[in-house]
Design a protein around this ligand. Structure first.
Ligand SMILES: NC(=O)c1ccc[n+]([C@@H]2O[C@H](COP(=O)([O-])OP(=O)(O)OC[C@H]3O[C@@H](n4cnc5c(N)ncnc54)[C@H](OP(=O)(O)O)[C@@H]3O)[C@@H](O)[C@H]2O)c1
Length: 226
């Protein structure tokens, strides 16, 4: 919950930055990327209220469901509760707004975008609006605090954190390039596969059809890392 004008300013600034980030995608691009991803074989879609593109993701998913390409239960759809809705009375409404934008009856996983609050999320599982709840950007101590909460009903199912494989310093790293050439893969594929082999669930984002395919194909390769 926002506790001071200073905090409010920071959240508003952060929200603005995030909005600018996602609004870089021209209208329609995200929907087409979702459709392409479903055709390629992706089944996990990671969304968030604050990305302001849940309508488009929902439209892409709905078109593919209507066309009979996938069923709802084939998909694993995730969204995130934004930081201005942590107050208990606001949580259900925020979740329902996300479901309406995505045109879905339930989410497979709903996570707290930043480390504040968790308890109010439990009622969403009981109401059948989400299958599981989780956290994001929590550190070890913050997770421990939740796990030790008296009367905790549902443990967090995940902790989502950002890793940036498209960082130019990684994409141009000579050692990673060498591994990529050796295995006839791209540098991005080596970086994604590295995370998968560490048992991390990777959710790469791309609106580029060739990269959507390239990133999916990391399922096919196994690298040996020293
Ligand atoms: N929980 C959190 O706080 C948090 C924060 C950040 C992100 N996330 C989640 O993490 C996921 C990924 O988001 P992100 O922030 O990592 O994405 P991002 O940095 O916004 O976008 C990924 C970038 O990598 C590029 N790219 C994708 N595949 C590539 C490839 N094979 N070769 C070269 N470049 C490639 C994309 O380009 P094109 O799209 O132009 O192809 C895009 O510029 C999302 O689901 C997001 O929700 C969560």
């Amino acid at each position: 919950m926002v506790s001071s004008r200073k905090d409010e300013g920071s959240w508003n600034e952060l929200t603005k930055l995030l909005k600018e980030d996602v609004l870089q995608s021209p209208p329609g691009q995200v929907k087409e990327a979702v459709k392409k991803a479903i055709d390629v074989g992706y089944r996990h879609f990671d969304c968030a209220y604050v990305y302001h593109n849940e309508e488009e993701v929902g439209n892409g998913i709905q078109e593919k469901i209507k066309a009979g390409v996938v069923k709802r239960e084939d998909l694993f759809v995730v969204s995130k509760l934004w930081s201005t809705f942590h107050e208990k009375a606001l949580v259900k409404g925020a979740c329902k707004a996300t479901l309406a934008a995505l045109k879905l009856d339930y989410l497979d996983l709903y996570i707290i975008h930043w480390p504040i609050g968790f308890k109010a999320m439990e009622e969403l599982v009981d109401a059948g609006l989400v299958k599981a709840i989780g956290v994001s950007n929590f550190n070890h101590e913050q997770i421990e605090r939740i796990l030790k909460k008296p009367g905790l009903k549902y443990k967090p199912a995940n902790n989502q954190v950002r890793a940036k494989p498209d960082d130019p310093s990684l994409l141009n790293d000579p050692k990673i390039k060498e591994i990529a050439v050796k295995h006839n893969k791209t540098v991005a594929q080596v970086l994604l596969r590295f995370q998968i082999q560490r048992n991390v669930v990777v959710i790469p984002k791309s609106v580029t059809a060739t990269r959507i395919e390239e990133n999916f194909k990391v399922r096919e390769c196994v690298f040996l890392y020293k």
